[in-house]
Design a binder for this molecule. Structure first.
Ligand code: UD1
Length: 425
């Protein structure tokens, strides 16, 4: 998101080659918080969420919900929502900044009977269509039309009815749309080929606490029996596995030793197995894990996949690590068609990478060199930070408003671990 404020021109400067050591506490997950916040459109009284990360994206979602008429009281990491939406039209000026705004479509339709939501548009990592969200609305009995850049959804006279939603492709957001729209629909909904991400389980667990009837969370078939109403609920957002994975790589890439606190290591299984295979030491505890490394990483090929596979949201960061590996790594991206925007910037730092269609072939170099680089999207920005932490000299990273979308207090957290990092004009 670009608010045309200071984040537009601010930069991050990192003097590399400092080992990072110590412990870091992980914040609540952005990707869980956003759909959970959208639930305030259907849980209209006494809805409290805690462990909300203070990020540009969560602040924008709060603005969008407040603009729809929901009362929002945000203190520290806790938000109290009340009142539900007072209107059915989401603001274009807010929606256009964040693709996840599409998550308000289903809940708004359930609550108001009609919903008008601007098309969220594409973004740097691919075209990112919304056809699967529309499929959800139609399968549950809504009428959907498009007019002047808006999606118009409305209910038929008999309201929303359960149905079978068989996704032709696995989608995190569309699975969330389906869950949020089906919980108050009449009868049974079956979601086939559902996404299994921990953030979806979190959304479902909160709804179950509020009285919803949902079975099969965390599997590829979710069954929902509609209930008449949802009750008030207090819920704490799951820790951010992508932030945790990013700090784990920061430790490995600087040959550091970092304990990563307030996490659910099981959510990161595939990633942690890969990290071990690259030669890092990984010690797993109940709510934390420790990552240390003392030598150059061993190359390890990966393919991004839907959960429980290797997450696309850690692909860019992992590429930074492999850019200094002792040999060649093939990184295959299967989720988004244009998610190699970080490659030219890593090359500026001295990395040797060739892209062929969906694959990046990374020819590890001994050392990266500090450079002036541009962050092109959220996870690509973290890739630049990681490259700079390992590089010799001082790097200057532009475009850091992307980082503010998804990493809470990143500069402070890294600086507390001993990184030589500052943010300024
Ligand atoms: C979510 C995450 C994002 C992560 C992604 C994949 C949030 C807020 N964002 O995004 O960080 O990178 O999951 O793990 O949770 N697709 C369609 N039609 C649709 C919807 C999606 O074709 O209607 C395609 C997408 O273009 C993409 C694939 O499905 O190729 C997966 O996208 P999806 O899982 O929906 O990603 P998001 O929910 O947008």
């Amino acid at each position: 998101m670009n608010n045309f404020d200071n984040t537009d021109v601010e930069k991050i400067f990192i003097k590399g080659e400092n080992q990072i050591n110590g412990s870091v506490t992980i914040s609540g997950a952005k990707n869980a918080a956003l759909p959970l916040m959208a639930l305030s459109l259907i849980i209209n009284k006494g809805f409290r969420l805690s462990n909300i990360p203070n990020l540009a994206d969560t602040r924008l979602m709060a603005k969008l919900l407040a603009d729809l008429g929901t009362t929002i009281d945000w203190q520290n990491d806790t938000i109290n929502f009340n009142g539900g939406p007072q209107k059915d039209e989401a603001s274009y000026d807010l929606v256009r900044h964040m693709r996840a705004s599409i998550l308000v479509l289903g809940p708004l339709l359930v609550s108001k009977g009609t919903a008008k939501v601007p098309l969220p548009g594409g973004c740097a990592i691919g075209t990112r269509p919304i056809d699967l969200h529309i499929l959800v609305m139609e399968k549950l009995g809504a009428i959907v039309t498009f007019d002047s850049g808006f999606i118009h959804a409305s209910l038929k006279s008999d309201g929303l009815r359960g149905g079978v939603i068989n996704f032709p492709k696995i989608s995190v957001g569309a699975t969330e749309s389906a869950i949020m729209t089906a919980v108050l629909a009449k009868g049974e909904t079956k979601i086939l080929n559902a996404a299994q991400e921990p953030e979806i389980v979190d959304l479902g667990m909160c709804l179950i606490k509020a009285g919803a009837n949902i079975k099969g969370l965390g599997t590829n078939t979710i069954t929902i029996n509609g209930v008449k109403k949802l009750t008030s609920v207090n819920y704490s957002v799951v820790p951010d596995r992508i932030e945790a994975g990013s700090f784990a790589i920061a430790s490995s890439i600087t040959k550091g030793d970092v304990e990563i606190l307030n996490v659910r290591p099981g959510d990161l299984n595939s990633f942690l197995n890969v990290l071990k295979a690259t030669g890092s030491n990984v010690q797993i505890h109940k709510n934390s894990f420790r990552v240390s490394s003392s030598k150059r990483p061993v190359p390890h090929n990966i393919t991004t996949e839907a959960h429980p596979g290797f997450p696309t949201d850690l692909q860019a960061q992992f590429m930074a690590l492999m850019s200094i590996a002792d040999g060649n790594t093939i990184i295959k991206e299967t989720i988004f068609e244009n998610r190699f925007m970080h490659v030219p910037e890593l090359i500026r730092m001295g990395a040797k990478i060739v892209i062929t269609k969906q694959e990046a072939i990374v020819n590890g170099v001994k050392k990266l060199k500090a450079s002036r680089v541009m962050a092109s999207d959220l996870r690509a920005s973290m890739c630049m930070i990681l490259g700079a932490l390992a590089a010799s000299g001082t790097s200057e990273i532009d475009g850091i408003f992307h980082l503010d979308r998804g990493y809470e207090n990143l500069v402070d957290k890294l600086s507390n671990l001993g990184a030589n990092i500052r943010r300024s004009f």
